[in-house]
Design a protein around this ligand. Sequence first.
Ligand code: C2E
Ligand code: CA
Ligand code: CA
Ligand code: CA
Length: 273
Amino acid sequence: AAVFFVWDQDGETPATPPPGSDSAILPDALRVAAQDNRLCVHYQPQVRLTDGAVVGLEALARWRHPTLGNVAPDIFIPLAERTAQIGRLGVWILGRSLLDFASLGLPEPMRLAVNVSPLQLRDPGFADQVARCLDDAGQIPKRLELEITETTQLGDDPQVAHALKALEKLGVGLALDDFGTGYSNFAALTKFRFSCLKLDRTLVTGLDDERNQMLIRSMVGMAQNLEMDLLAEGIETEAQANILRDLGCELAQGYLFSPPLPFGEIRDWLDAR
Ligand code: C2E
Ligand code: CA
Ligand code: CA
Ligand code: CA
């Protein structure tokens, strides 16, 4: 297994993996992982800052590898993208998390947020897959929000544009993830109807800075004008939560409220509230 992750670190993955290397069996590793319960989904609550009400859950994938231990999604998602496995992996995660969400029986308007790789959006069948997963779980589209990380392609890739339009038409919510991290995709905001803007954690860490606060205040205004929810990620302290609430940011997520939890634990956590 080490072989693959060494390549991973220099970011140079050979187009064709050498025979016998672990990357050659990765597609299978992912499939077996799903069957073996080695892949699972954890859930992190999203809350409203004014009253602490839970408004949703974000699904975050986890992989317990037999020899590597827990592999972080930051590693295995890009791996799945490079080895053309992200489509199948993504549908598995979507299906699994929708079934979990359905079995929690949470009242509207609570929703499930699921991360989607921009590569999944290039698949012309993606919106149909989403519709099928919703059907299988007996959920209506507005209970689901897909979180899409802003990248350069978002605005100008015609396949991605097509998928986003189809998802909009289906009626699922779209969140622009990691907003403020570099590719601030203002063009994408004008082309597609995002229901939620997720402020990246890096904006939250510098909150004592007055200019940072002004930046967030202006994002609050922008979100209001475009009729989007604004959710701040990575809230770890009461102080951060208080400042954000005072700035008018309505929603938040972070360790302060709860880390991502396995299904059984999030059920208990929700029950206890
Ligand atoms: P993300 O979507 O931006 O998710 C937020 C990350 O921040 C998660 O890391 C979460 O566990 C972590 N986090 C939450 N609250 C706090 C906090 O208060 N402080 C700090 N320091 N971190 C916090 P995680 O679960 O390791 O996921 C990393 C990234 O992997 C995600 O970033 C997302 O881009 C990707 N990812 C995870 N699951 C999936 C998935 O099912 N599909 C796809 N395509 N990507 C996924
Ligand atoms: Ca996310
Ligand atoms: Ca994020
Ligand atoms: Ca991220």
